[in-house]
Design a protein. Structure first.
Length: 663
């Protein structure tokens, strides 16, 4: 009662009256005027003799709530008149509630939180759940120097708890507090996300940034032309120019991943190349820039490369002075061990790898002189191999070494109908034959003889019994072809260097054949002699007989279950019933199940099947076991013994059992 009086006094003060007294009706007139459970606030104001009646109220902002462990939530309650609220949990082992309504989960489950005030009670049903954390990938590729944004989801989504990101190697990949990863250098690192005691990891492969221009800077004279490209990719590249004033540089013949650039006037310009490789299912915007400095006069070329043993002509462009003539030009090299140059003709000869400055000293008729300089680098280009055999419809990257950042590379094919080569050195084949790929690098010619083969298999499947061998016949290769055989399941089948396959144990194996850059697969099944003979006999029956349920057991006729029964030579031990009459498909399935022969009760990948396995189809309301209406024998190589042979995936939704009568 005391707390009710206190409430009444406080309310009286709030509304500006004299201290009021809390009254429970003591006479019949007051009682009759009060509503049930009302609170009376009696005024002490001498000018008023009225009582205020307030109906008590208690409300909660939620009737039901989900609270995650380590993520408390506060229930909000309001009372009328204002009163102290008492909170209670129905199970403190699952959740506790504080004096201000904060609910903290202890373990998963469901509790009822009760709020009491003014003689009233309100409840909230609370489910306590474990928090969750998910990230959109467990393995990603990031290009060196570029970013990737993780998409992380948590439950609860709105919480004061944060995802804590970390990396196993900051030198390779760093990550921000917002989950943005940056590739710092090629390599692998593990990114870890932690949330409320949950940990998720993602393997990050930072790959080398191949999306760079062949030149990042270039000094040239007005009128000079050179080619920009991204040698690391065959993707299309978009080139845009930013220049200090109009007309400095124009882009000519932009095609695929390269463009020809011609300098028009003295000044500076920047060319930016953009391409869009796909990584982790999304486009990545990769850019690379080349800064150009264009001179009105000087030595041409300004920056060049020459292969060891090759020569390059240097000339003077716009070296004249107004009002006087050029009397003499003398050419010199700053390093004659690397490059020598004829003092009068300006023809330079490369001696060994290195760098030298070429200087033209110009003497004028008025006895004045001016020096112009350029830079030459000496390269030693070579190919990793000079002949190669490549399979039809395959690609190969020409491996060129010994170049430098000034190197000029021109690539061509003598027979583009056989194979072409792009500016980045990628060879693509179109038909069997031979072609010569020519690379002219810094005035040096390198020839690469390419033979295009057409390897293929006439058959790519064989079923055999343990201990048997056979040789894979590969067609379309030539004397230069490089062939490698391997098995992905050596416990089932092995293969020699010459392609001899030996069956070891029951099961399936892929024989992988790598020939001239192309991969072929030969699928091998190792089965029992009984099962192998059953598939052969079943195929023979359907090829020579007529389908009929009426005459299913007569010579020249079959249905699905009698076909299976006869193929297994009416073996009642394997399939049940009597020798004279084949059990129907449902009975065969039940018999095999009772004898522990079931592989699966639904569709499974064909790599788990062997020839002779039985596939039962059901889901029809026919009163039979599992509603089975059909049985098919697995033939091998993704086919079932039907007329004609049908793929195993046909009608796979109706597969209710797969069994193996015998290995």
């Amino acid at each position: 009662m005391k707390h009710k009086k206190l409430i009444a006094i406080i309310l009286g003060l709030i509304i500006g009256l004299e201290p009021a007294s809390y009254v429970f009706a003591s006479n019949s007139s007051v009682k009759d005027s009060m509503k049930e459970s009302s609170i009376v606030i009696q005024s002490q104001d001498s000018r008023s003799n009225k009582n205020t009646f307030i109906k008590p109220a208690l409300t909660l902002n939620r009737k039901a709530l989900t609270v995650y462990l380590k993520n408390p939530i506060t229930l909000k309650a309001t009372t009328k008149p204002t009163s102290k609220i008492k909170w209670k949990s129905s199970n403190k082992k699952i959740a506790v509630v504080s004096t201000n309504g904060k609910i903290t989960g202890k373990k998963t489950g469901t509790v009822t939180i009760t709020a009491s005030a003014n003689g009233l009670k309100k409840t909230c049903k609370v489910k306590i759940k474990k928090p969750t954390l998910s990230i959109n990938s467990n393995s990603i590729n990031v290009i060196d120097g570029y970013n990737y944004q993780f998409n992380a989801k948590t439950k609860p989504a709105k919480t004061s708890s944060k995802i804590i990101w970390s990396t196993s190697n900051k030198k390779i990949a760093s990550i921000s507090s917002k989950g943005i990863i940056t590739g710092n250098k090629p390599g692998t690192a593990t990114i870890t996300a932690k949330f409320c005691g949950i940990k998720k990891t993602c393997k990050v492969n930072v790959e080398k940034n191949i999306f760079k221009l062949n030149k990042t800077s270039k000094t040239l004279l007005a009128g000079d032309t050179f080619t920009l490209n991204m040698p690391g990719t065959s993707l299309d590249v978009d080139y845009k120019i930013s220049q200090s004033s109009e007309g400095h540089v124009v882009i000519l013949d932009q095609k695929n991943n390269s463009c020809s650039v011609t300098a028009l006037n003295a000044g500076t310009a920047t060319i930016t190349a953009t391409t869009y490789p796909i990584r982790n299912g999304k486009k990545v915007t990769c850019t690379s820039s080349c800064t150009l400095k264009i001179l009105a006069s000087g030595i041409s070329p300004q920056q060049s490369s020459c292969a060891v043993g090759s020569s390059k002509q240097f000339t003077l462009i716009n070296g004249e002075k107004l009002g006087t003539a050029i009397e003499d030009i003398k050419w010199t090299s700053s390093n004659s061990d690397v490059v020598t140059i004829d003092s009068t003709s300006g023809i330079a000869t490369a001696k060994k790898t290195g760098t030298a400055n070429i200087t033209a000293v110009v003497t004028y008729a008025n006895n004045t002189s001016t020096q112009f300089t350029g830079v030459i680098k000496v390269s030693s280009p070579s190919l990793s191999s000079y002949k190669y055999t490549l399979a039809l419809h395959s690609s190969y990257k020409l491996k060129l070494t010994g170049t430098n950042n000034f190197s000029d590379i021109k690539l061509s094919s003598s027979s583009p109908d056989v194979a072409t080569i792009s500016s980045d050195g990628m060879i693509t084949t179109y038909k069997a034959g031979t072609t010569t790929i020519t690379a002219i690098v810094d005035e040096k010619k390198l020839d690469f003889l390419l033979t295009v083969s057409n390897p293929y298999l006439k058959t790519n499947y064989k079923a055999l019994t343990k201990g048997k061998t056979f040789t894979i016949k590969l067609n379309g290769k030539n004397k230069l072809s490089k062939v490698k055989f391997s098995s992905d399941n050596k416990s089932v089948a092995t293969v020699s260097k010459s392609g001899v396959v030996k069956a070891k144990n029951y099961g399936n194996a892929n024989i992988i054949i790598t020939v001239d850059g192309k991969e072929l697969k030969y699928f091998v099944s190792v089965v029992s002699k009984t099962a192998l003979n059953a598939t052969k006999k079943a195929k023979s029956i359907i090829d020579s007989s007529i389908y009929s349920q009426t005459y299913r057991m007569k010579q020249g006729y079959y249905d699905c279950s009698s076909l299976v029964f006869r193929a297994y030579n009416k073996n009642t031990v394997l399939l049940g019933e009597s020798f004279e009459w084949a059990p129907n498909a449902a009975k065969q399935a039940k018999y095999l199940e009772n004898h522990g022969k079931v592989l699966s009760y639904k569709w499974i990948n064909n790599t788990h099947l062997l020839p002779g396995d039985l596939i039962f189809y059901g889901n029809k309301n026919n009163g039979r076991y599992k509603g089975i209406y059909h049985v098919a024998m697995y033939y091998g190589n993704k086919l079932c013994v039907e007329k004609p042979l049908r793929t195993y995936t046909y009608n796979k939704r109706n597969i209710v059992m797969i069994a193996r009568p015998i290995k």
